[in-house]
Design a protein around this ligand. Structure first.
Ligand SMILES: *Cc1c(COP(=O)(O)O)cnc(C)c1O
Length: 300
């Protein structure tokens, strides 16, 4: 599939900005989560597995993607979901409802249990309960995921000076970093607080060509404010491109702010990677509405 690239015209600036619409890979499933699952699914088939098991939060793009891709490839899917209070609220949660409609079975665990999900104790309980399965880590990031993310850029993308992407677990930026050449630079915009990321990315990244810009997390993972929501709505009105509030909205906000601050040299060519995440908008809007705040709108 050829992924469209659109120009984003920035007034009063010499830099040229383009966005790669990986969000269009699927209307409901994050582009980068498909990339991350691709070689994991091939490996699961190779190992003769029939079930995928993975982990995620209430609004997780990765849970939605695993449920959908698993169904498409003939796997049963099990989602270990953070928060036991959610068990009775599946119908009110668009992400969980979508995953369930794709056939995913859930196990809801408390936040304490979820924190211990990599312990041998927890894993052996899962083994007892579910028998044999292929385990996809939280957020999908492992060496197979990096291979998939190395396919985001194409041979024509050498023309860009900067590649910008959002950062969660760091798998996507590691794949992009591995696939670029020469003087190109990757800028990652973490959507969460914390300084553990640089190290995590270095586990997978083979080149020293990326930097993290940590000023645009808006208070942490899943946190938003009115300025960000207004930005996403205005950006949609202007360019007709939807951005999600957890990842891509923060990254694009950051890039535009840096352009205003003359961070980029004159005439730089910048490619933004739209990694998707649009399925999370509905859940975020429910939360915003409950707090009487402005919601995200993609109406024309
Ligand atoms: C998961 C996700 C990311 C972060 O990807 P990592 O590989 O975990 O850094 C970015 N954007 C969207 C839309 C995502 O769903």
């Amino acid at each position: 599939m050829e992924i469209p690239t659109q120009e984003i015209k920035i007034v009063n600036s010499t830099v040229k900005v383009f966005i790669r619409r990986e969000d269009l890979i699927h209307p409901f499933v994050s582009g980068n989560k498909f990339r991350k699952l691709k070689y994991n699914l091939l490996q699961a088939i190779k190992e003769n597995h029939h079930t995928l098991l993975t982990f995620g939060g209430a609004y997780s793009n990765h849970i939605a993607a695993t449920a959908y891709a698993g169904k498409e490839s003939g796997f049963k899917t099990i989602g270990i979901i953070r928060g036991d209070e959610l068990a009775s609220k599946i119908k009110e949660n668009p992400t969980l409802k979508f995953a369930q409609d794709c056939g995913m079975k859930f196990e809801f665990v408390s936040r304490e249990q979820y924190r211990m999900k990599e312990s041998s104790d927890f894993i052996s309980k899962l083994n007892e309960k579910y028998g044999s399965y292929y385990l996809v880590p939280e957020g999908g990031t492992n060496s197979y995921a990096i291979l998939g993310c190395e396919e985001i850029l194409t041979n024509e993308d050498f023309i860009f000076d900067y590649i910008c992407c959002s950062v969660g677990t760091g798998g996507t930026i590691a794949g992009i970093s591995n696939s670029i050449t020469g003087k190109q630079k990757v800028l990652g915009f973490p959507s969460l607080k914390g300084d553990f990321l640089q190290k995590d990315i270095c586990n997978f990244a083979k080149q020293d060509n990326f930097s993290l810009i940590s000023d645009y997390h808006f208070g942490g993972y899943g946190k938003v404010n009115e300025e960000l929501i207004l930005f996403i709505n205005t950006f949609y009105k202007e360019y007709k491109i939807p951005l999600d509030p957890i990842y891509t909205g923060k990254m694009v906000f950051g890039v535009i702010d840096l352009i205003k601050k003359n961070y980029f040299p004159e005439n730089s060519k910048i490619l933004l990677i739209h990694t998707g995440g649009i399925q999370g908008v509905e859940g975020m809007n429910i939360k915003l509405k409950n707090k009487n705040l402005q919601t995200i709108g993609f109406d024309d």
